[in-house]
Design a protein around this ligand. Sequence first.
Ligand SMILES: [Zn+2]
Length: 340
Amino acid sequence: MFATVMHGPGDVRYERVDEPKLLKPTDAIIKLSATCICGSDLWPYRGLQPQDGPAAMGHEYCGVVVEVGSEVRSLKPGQFVVGSFCLSDNTCPHCQFGFQSSCAQREFMTGAQAPYARVPLAEGTLVATEEMPDAAMIPHMLAVSDVLGTGWYGAVAANVREGGTVVVVGDGAVGLMGVMAAQQMGAGRIIAMSRHESRQKLAREFGATDIVAARGEDGIVEIMDLTDGIGAESVIEAVGMEQSMTQAIGVCRPGGSIGYVGVPHGVSFDGQQLFFRQQRMLGGPAPVRRFLPDLMDRVLQGKIAPGKVFDQSLPLEQVAEGYKAMDERRAIKTMLTVEA
Ligand SMILES: [Zn+2]
């Protein structure tokens, strides 16, 4: 088959690779219904994350089970499934505590920008639907796999509460999903920080009540003004840079919580500053598995349409153009369609 391989910065190829096979009795093979490009795929694409030789890309996925290993009992070929980018057994103490992204057996999904993919720890990782969803549901189910799951975790980690004030730092796909999550959790006020008109529009559609275009110190001042000098009780940081973290810390009220879901690159924390500002912080790779059943239900019941975050859709063989479009910010997030 043909699949996506990154050979180095800026060098993504759709090329011939071996078909995935069951390697362990806990594996499953799925046929992708659709896949997509993640903001985190852009770190190695931009040369900001060292890479060890060619890498099979793709960790956001949904599709139909084709084959299962001998120890996979609850899944059957023909079922539609969604999984997380973190592969987990869903039985170890960390999984049972709701932190499947720190599973004792954790692996990270790769190779999903392809027509077929191997999913290790399938029984713990994949969640099946009762029926085959309509084609129109596929983008929304795909979004649950990572981008919505991560935005949702950001909101949970930021302790978003009914009626509360939330600031979302970052207007990429994850930040926009953080807005949607905060809206679903009943936040009273959702302030999205965004400078781009198309993203501001989506943020409003997803539930943002206020938009702040200013950044840095100006952005902090504007949000403090909007909140009567108090700051927000919940802040979702969805970028992972020093400036965005400073922004998040600067607008969070004492006793408030920051959920940081942008993978930090070059971010350091000042212990004394955190001590005296009295803020809670929880971050890390999202335990999407914890939220999958609930989020898949919300999609199937038509309560949310997170697939709207895909503003570009390309056939899988044009994956290189998808990376380019996201790198050049011509696309917020690119979905890759797979032939049925
Ligand atoms: Zn586990």
